[in-house]
Design a protein around this ligand. Structure first.
Ligand SMILES: O=P(O)(O)OC[C@H]1O[C@H](O)[C@H](O)[C@@H](O)[C@@H]1O
Length: 473
């Protein structure tokens, strides 16, 4: 048996040039990725030819960048801090409505139908109507939250029972969150929860004190037989997986407070400004996108592993997974022609320290190639300095260990480290916005539309057919 020839790939850090820099409280180091500075410079020229920045600014200005659905993609407008952003008035109006509602619930001015203050929220929603608010809540909720959020996403009665089994319906607010208000799981769960409320005696007009809806579908309140005031609006010009910055964030605004949510938006805006104003060779999102493009198309790396060494970022992994895989899992270009070569990678990951004792063996010595993002926060969110010392040592050590693979095998990893000074809501906003911009920029580089999801919609149709098939009862 003859062994395949092995080429030892260079690291970016082995040449001249800047491979690490800081902005928005984030230090990015891409020196352990497998390319040379001249490769990177060629990639930057390619990005210029592809009009990467022009595309990005066109998205922010509200042009119809989602061409298959003939829509804009204006998630940046939801967090803009300037009055000249597109749709400023209606965005601001919706935000004020959400903030006022949250303040009244938090102060106890708004109560349930029997006069109780709210202690629990059940957020019914799936995909983009769940993972973003869940990531934010998981990062910043208190040890014993005064108002706790429960996320009901899949149509799995076990989860349903576990949630309703721990809450008092008179002290519970239900948020039914669905951009389309057509998602089967969300509507079926909403009906089941409504039944539970009614069986608990919350009927007729009392229901309106316990259920609100978040949707871009103006018929949503009517569908659930609620007054139209119970609607918190979304718009078709924000994609579901980019929607945490608007009314989809309502459960967080209530449970964590408007101040935390405002900071989260401000952090995303910091990153929007960084990406809009930085040259390509100092631009976080553009560099992440270009390296990912290189990895997928030149090195055949089809996996992207996200490893936060911080419990608060555990749910962030699921959020990135939906963001990247739904946006970039495409094999047709925007012009309708099949893609030649590769597009988006499979995204997976987990808490870094736990993953060391689970799948790191595969990363270190398995027969695969992976691009890894290791994320840590320099200042901990707790007082256990010994624990933090060990955790951060692990993170730094693994960044080296994962690239130190046996040079005689054709398998390897490229590692990017992302060190955050301190995880505040503002920094989480910046981090999430950075990955959003990486994703949409990759769409432009691959020549695909990162804003639609026709494959998911096809699956939804087939599920309905299966549900109506008597042989599946
Ligand atoms: O918010 P909804 O309209 O209920 O959609 C929920 C989810 O449905 C599908 O799975 C889409 O692919 C997702 O992008 C979306 O976030």
């Amino acid at each position: 048996m003859s062994s395949s020839p092995v080429t030892v790939l260079p690291f970016l850090r082995d040449g001249d040039g800047v491979v690490s820099f800081e902005d928005c409280g984030i230090r990015l180091d891409f020196g352990r990725q497998r390319l040379t500075m001249s490769d990177l410079n060629r990639l930057i020229s390619f990005a210029e030819d592809r009009k990467l920045m022009e595309n990005f600014l066109s998205m922010m200005n509200g042009n119809l960048v989602n061409r298959t659905e003939n829509r804009a993609a204006l998630h940046t407008a939801l967090r803009s801090q300037t009055a000249n952003a597109p749709h400023y008035q209606e965005i601001n109006q919706a935000k004020q409505k959400m903030f006022l509602f949250a303040k009244k619930i938090r102060s106890g001015e708004l109560k349930g139908c029997k006069g109780d203050s709210f202690t629990d929220i059940i957020n019914i929603g799936i995909g983009g109507s769940e993972v973003g608010p869940k990531a934010l809540y998981h990062a910043f909720h208190e040890v014993n939250p005064k108002i706790q959020i429960h996320f009901l996403s899949s149509v799995d009665g076990i989860i349903f029972d576990r949630i309703v089994g721990t809450v008092n319906p008179y002290k519970t607010l239900i948020i039914v969150s669905s951009k389309s208000f057509k998602t089967r799981e969300t509507l079926v769960n909403a009906a089941e929860i409504d039944k539970w409320l009614q069986e608990s005696g919350i009927k007729g007009t009392d229901r309106a004190k316990h259920i609100v809806v978040v949707s871009a579908n103006p018929k949503a309140p009517n569908i659930l037989n609620l007054p139209k005031e119970n609607l918190f609006p979304m718009w078709d010009w924000v994609g579901g997986r980019f929607s945490v910055w608007g009314s989809v964030g309502l459960p967080d605004v209530i449970a964590l407070g408007p101040e935390i949510f405002s900071e989260f938006l401000a952090g995303a805006y910091d990153m929007d400004c960084h990406v809009a104003n930085s040259p390509l060779n100092r631009n976080f999102a553009a560099l992440l996108a270009l390296i990912s493009y290189w990895n997928a198309t030149r090195l055949g790396i089809m996996l992207q592993c996200i490893l936060p060494y911080d419990e608060r970022l555990r749910m962030f992994v699921s959020w990135v997974q939906q963001l990247e895989m739904e946006s970039l899992g495409k094999s047709r270009q925007t012009n309708g022609m099949p893609v030649i070569g590769s597009t988006g990678q499979g995204v997976w990951g987990g808490h870094g320290d736990e993953s060391q004792h689970s799948f790191f063996q595969w990363l270190r010595e398995g027969t695969g190639k992976t691009s890894v993002d290791i994320i840590w926060c320099e200042k901990p969110g707790h007082n256990h300095s010994v624990l933090n010392k060990v955790l951060l040592s692990n993170a730094r050590a693994q960044a080296e260990a994962l690239v130190a693979r046996d040079p005689l095998t054709p398998y390897f990893n490229g590692v990017t480290t992302i060190a955050i000074d301190e995880l505040t809501p503002r920094r989480l906003g910046s981090l999430m916005a950075m990955y959003e911009h990486k994703t949409t920029m990759l769409g432009a580089l691959f020549g695909i539309n990162p804003f639609d999801q026709p494959g998911v919609e096809y699956g939804k149709k087939l599920s309905l057919v299966a549900e109506n098939n008597p042989h599946h009862q």
